[in-house]
Design a protein around this ligand. Structure first.
Ligand code: ADP
Ligand code: MG
Length: 736
């Protein structure tokens, strides 16, 4: 790397004309220390002259039925607050060369009132309307303040003006829109030239990317809209390219450096087990099994993500794979997020293995359960069994990694509901064995863009069909006023052998309140609407064995209805429970709702998922489309909940549900991408930039395959840039 250039770019910002000590201090406070930092302090948006109209033109557009956005530059002539009963509204009058118009605010009136003064020149961008007096008007428009000088040059020379985030630190240093624009302009003109290319030439050429200095220039002061898009594309490309390089390095490191267990099919244990199952495996299950088997029989360690919707039969697939390891004399561990789920898995696997032993009496597969809530003596007993290899399959919670558990020879690890575990916990359980094969399961389908990025180091298997005996669950949304009818439905259906869940959400994150709510409803319902039925109660404050007892009673039909808080969310398998009523459904996240729905529809009976919300919201949903442009942020939150509920009613497929969820919440929250060990993305959007993700993945993986240590001269820029900017992220890679 050219150190002269480096030196120039690493000079303090004060080196730039018109940045004195005071401004330098302000920049420092927002993390902009050097000239280079400033070059990468990018605008949050631009105003483009091509979309600027006069107010007369805009008026004409609306009259002619245009309903897109326009931008008008105009000056403030008057402002006025008006009261309508309890509500106050703000009207601001504007004037430009062609006439007058007004802008209206219903919310934040006080704030916006103080934002405008007579004579201010403002660029207003929004969808224009004609009000009832026949005047042009904008409601809650986006707006930017511009200077007189700018408004002239802007209009006359057709520039695209950048707008930067002006933080309070910058304001303190007397840096405003205009001065910042000037400072950055100077910096770009003078120093962008010295920026060193961070992508190899051949990649730039073959993908027709802008060079870094052109990209920086055009991201700040685009010569045209097309060049701005090109600049943005280049930065997205670069970001995703490096992400994929990191993914490829990690995967390469895992596959070439580590030696796993090379299993083989020793006996007919596995094939006999499959024969003994009371059902035939779906073809999706069989496909996935052969993918897993291929990994297990190979020398490299398996690192595979198994995705399949709730109820698609992942557990049985994992179990069959575990038997391959057991057949080779290894132990297998199954780690799950809750004690009750661990307990249920241990029980059902034990039962299966006992039944299997009756037909295949050559080898008894022994199960151990390890959870925090066990008695000390019990746990010691289990630990001993694990250590002495009296246990073949060890089912447990975090207890598997937290306790001093010594496996005799752990060769296979299954992690269920992976999103409930972090990267670290995965690593911990892995270290309990000698590079055991890993099978990571997820019921929340992971969109392809994510499986190619943050999960890109895993191989992926998908079970994309449900067992054929399943009926599609009917999902409906109802207002609270319909509850009595719904209770009656539950009572009627009981006579057809149905059991039901009634779920209440966690109230204000407080288990105490949660308990109270569920208990109150329980007491009420069992003596009123549901008095002919046997009603059980389960909640988060119970000890695991109490919960387990209740679940068991429900399973053997001691109860017809189970009232529950969210403890039933994951993995519980009660085949005859085919109605689920979810109260206050708007409080649940989408994946949670989908998980809850996954509790039912596990047999050949028709399943019913009934979402309850307040009557208003239910009515809104019925209206279908509604106008949410003028909603306040709390109302928008509510709007989001309508989207969630509508999605549940409309989609049964978990992939569709997950896609909407991703849009609503962003990837970080859902898939633990924040703890993935990969860098944050500033430009690229994992939910949108499909095309660039595919492209960069292909390029990066081919590149690392050819040059795993990045030693070729051609790839020098990549290696240098990685070491410079991605040092934290290359721990696991072969160039570390
Ligand atoms: P998942 O873990 O994917 O949510 P499970 O493994 O719990 O799903 O399977 C749900 C239920 O379906 C279990 O009772 C399981 O025994 C049953 N099952 C699994 N595979 C099949 C199949 N091919 N045909 C019928 N039932 C199946
Ligand atoms: Mg499961």
């Amino acid at each position: 790397m050219n150190s002269e250039n480096q030196k120039i770019l690493n000079q303090p910002v004060q080196f730039i004309k018109s940045v004195g000590p005071r401004r330098a201090e302000a920049f420092k406070n927002i993390g902009v220390n050097t000239v280079r930092d400033l070059l990468f302090y990018f605008p949050t948006r631009h105003l483009d002259r091509t979309t600027v109209l006069t107010s007369a033109k805009a008026y004409g557009y609306v009259i002619n039925g245009y309903d897109g956005e326009v931008t008008i530059i105009a000056s403030v002539t008057d402002k006025e607050k008006r009261r309508f009963g309890k509500k106050e509204i703000l009207k601001v009058q504007f004037h430009d060369s062609s006439g007058f118009f007004e802008c209206v605010w219903f919310h934040g009136v006080k704030y916006f009132y103080s934002s405008f003064n007579e004579g201010d020149i403002i660029a207003i961008s929004s969808k224009p309307e004609i009000n009832k007096y026949g005047k042009l008007q904008f409601v809650h428009p986006d707006f930017d303040r511009i200077t007189k000088e700018e408004s002239n040059s802007f209009l006359n020379t057709g520039k695209i003006i950048p707008f930067y985030r002006i933080t309070k630190e910058l304001k303190k240093g007397f840096i405003g829109d205009l001065s910042l624009r000037k400072i950055i302009n100077t910096a770009v003109e003078q120093f962008a030239y010295y920026l060193e290319e961070t992508l190899p030439d051949d990649i730039i050429k073959s993908n027709e990317l802008l060079k870094i200095n052109e990209a920086v220039k055009n991201y700040h002061f685009p010569e045209s809209k097309i060049l701005f898009e090109a600049a943005k594309y280049r930065f997205k490309f670069e970001e995703l390219f490096y992400l994929e390089i990191l993914v490829a390095l990690k995967k390469n490191n895992f596959q070439t450096k580590l030696k796993g267990n090379e299993f083989s099919i020793k006996t007919n244990l596995v094939s006999e087990f499959i024969k003994s199952l009371p059902f035939t495996l779906t073809s999706a299950q069989l496909n996935v099994l052969s993918e897993i088997k291929k990994d297990m029989l190979a020398e490299y360690p398996m690192n595979r993500l198994l995705q399949g919707d709730v109820g698609s039969g992942k557990t049985i697939v994992a179990l069959i794979a575990a038997l391959i390891a057991i057949d080779n004399g290894y132990q297998a561990a199954l780690m799950v997020p809750t004690e009750i789920l661990a307990d249920q898995h241990a029980k059902s696997i034990s039962k299966m293995m006992n039944e299997f032993y009756l037909v295949y009496n050559k080898r008894k597969i022994k199960i151990s359960l390890l959870i925090g809530g066990q008695s000390k003596t019990k746990r010691e007993q289990e630990k001993k069994a694990i250590e002495l290899k009296e246990a073949d399959i060890i089912v447990g919670t975090h207890a598997l990694i937290q306790e001093k558990v010594n496996f005799s020879n752990l060769g296979f690890v299954i992690i269920d509901e992976q999103h409930r575990f972090g990267v670290k916990q995965r690593a911990f359980i892995q270290q309990k064995g000698k590079t055991p094969d890993m099978l990571i399961m997820s019921a929340t389908p992971i969109p392809r863009t994510l499986s190619m990025t943050v999960y890109g180091d895993l191989d992926i298997s998908i079970i994309n069909e449900l067992p054929s005996n399943r009926k599609k669950i009917k999902t409906v949304l109802r207002g609270e006023n319909k509850l009595p009818e719904i209770y009656k439905f539950i009572v009627d259906k009981k006579n057809e052998g149905y059991q039901s869940f009634i779920v209440y959400p966690l109230v204000e994150e407080s288990e105490k309140l949660e308990l109270k709510a569920a208990t109150d409803y329980y007491n009420q319902l069992k003596d009123t609407y549901l008095k002919e039925l046997y009603v059980g109660l389960i909640h988060g404050r119970m000890k695991w064995n109490e919960k387990e007892e209740v679940m068991f009673q429900f399973l053997i039909k001691d109860f017809d209805v189970l009232i529950s808080t969210t403890v039933i969310e994951v993995g519980i398998d009660i085949p005859d429970s085919n109605i689920i009523v979810i109260n206050d459904a708007h409080r649940f996240g989408l994946s949670q709702l989908h998980q809850l729905r996954g509790r039912i529809g596990r047999s050949d009976k028709q399943g019913y998922c009934i979402l309850i919300t307040d009557d208003n919201l239910a009515a809104k949903q019925k209206q279908g489309e509604f106008n949410f442009e003028y909603l306040s942020s709390t109302q928008i939150e509510k709007y989001k909940s309508i989207v969630r509920l509508q999605t549940m009613v409309k989609h049964f497929d978990g992939f569709k549900v997950a896609e909407v969820d991703l849009k609503l919440r962003g990837p970080g929250n859902i898939f633990g991408t924040e703890q993935s060990g990969f860098p944050d993305l500033k430009f690229a959007d994992l939910t949108e930039d499909h095309e660039i993700i595919y492209k960069t993945k292909k390029i990066a993986f081919e590149l690392i395959k050819k040059d795993p240590a990045l030693n070729l001269p051609l790839n020098k820029a990549i290696k240098e840039n990685l070491l410079l900017h991605y040092n934290d992220n290359i721990k696991y890679s072969s160039i570390a």
